[in-house]
Design a protein around this ligand. Structure first.
Ligand code: PBG
Length: 332
């Protein structure tokens, strides 16, 4: 009689395991974050992110074609603009011929079915490396939101499918929705970074864009803790996600990934829109570094992490591993 139930019967071989597997991964689960540089024929590897490059628009378009052929259906776009275009208003962010707008147009012209989600936040354009306009020693929320609306509308005009606000200003989803609708872009979606934590895992990303908060002659916050969330908090993530859905977000995001899967599951159980998870730069760097030393099996760790993020409730995973994982999945 002992034991009637034997869990191991469902694990006897790979065929049986595949019958009862609860979660699967496919290339269309991934979004690939891409860093764009000025110039032509530029491809510069980011030192803290081996295998990830800043590319000029021409090479970005080539890469996007490859990604599409692999089954990847979405890209997040981040631009590195030159220092002389940065100020405290972020006005380069809505230049109709800016690097972001030109990138969106180029991708949509060559690969129209690739879903393009430009990042909406002022940090690449800010002399202070902050996601908004600095006033009286802090980020001026409402003024920043109005700048983000102009930025998002310019992305939509360039052909973006979704805009992806990553700034964590209050009320921005509502104003973006109103602004996009008023400009005739009812079909441009909003993928909101709803529960974005103030995290040290973003370090390599800030290297990639040279966008870390900087010293200044005026009073400027030294970090992003007055807008990004405190990683000690859980209920606050639910609150932010619910607000964003009420304000019109089509998708919400939790960021970072692995250390925040409890938040992913709770948000997933609370909202009725798809949940995206951003498997961020520092998580990528850790796996690359440990596997370079031979301390971890790169491909196994990569697939385990991606599967666990999906199991936690992600409908979409924004990950620097998108291409490598898609190649691996397609080879099976
Ligand atoms: C900035 C932005 C950041 C990331 C995405 N958008 C950095 C930050 O908030 O400082 C981080 C992504 C990553 O680490 O991979 N708006």
């Amino acid at each position: 009689m002992f034991p009637l139930q034997r869990g191991r019967r469902l694990r006897i071989n790979e065929s049986i395991r595949s019958l009862v597997r609860e979660t699967t991964l496919s290339p269309s689960d991934f979004m690939f974050p891409m860093f764009i540089a000025e110039g032509e024929n530029v491809k510069v590897e980011i030192p803290s992110m081996p295998g990830i490059y800043r590319r000029s628009i021409d090479l970005t378009v080539e890469e996007v074609k490859e990604l599409f052929a692999l089954g990847i259906r979405a890209v997040n776009i981040y631009v590195k603009v030159s220092e002389d275009l940065k100020d405290n208003t972020g006005k380069e962010a809505w230049n109709p011929n800016g690097l972001m707008q030109n990138t969106i147009r180029a991708i949509k012209a060559t690969c129209p079915e690739m879903v393009v989600m430009p990042d909406v936040a002022l940090d690449p354009y800010s002399i202070y490396g902050h996601d908004g306009i600095i006033k009286d020693g802090d980020i001026a929320n409402d003024e920043t939101v109005e700048a983000l609306v102009k930025m998002a509308v310019s992305h939509a005009e360039a052909g973006a499918d979704f805009v992806a606000p990553s700034d964590m200003m209050d009320g921005r989803v509502l104003r973006l929705r109103e602004g996009l609708d008023a400009a005739g872009f009812q079909n441009v979606g909003i993928m909101s970074y709803s529960a974005k934590y103030a995290s040290a895992f973003y370090g390599p990303f800030r290297d990639a864009l040279d966008s870390a908060p900087k010293e200044a002659t005026i009073k400027v916050p030294k970090d992003k803790k007055t807008y990004q969330m405190d990683y000690a908090n859980r209920i606050e993530a639910i609150k932010e996600a619910l607000w964003d859905v009420e304000e019109g977000a089509d998708m919400v995001m939790v960021k970072p990934g692995m250390a925040y899967l409890d938040i992913v599951r709770e948000v997933k159980n609370t909202v009725n829109v798809p949940v995206t998870v951003y498997h961020v730069s520092g998580e990528y760097a850790m796996i690359k570094a440990a596997s370079e030393r031979g301390w971890l099996d790169h491909d196994k760790i990569m697939m385990e992490q991606l599967m666990c993020i999906k199991r936690a409730g992600a409908s979409l995973i924004s990950t620097y591993f998108a291409k490598e994982a898609a190649i691996l999945l397609n080879s099976k």
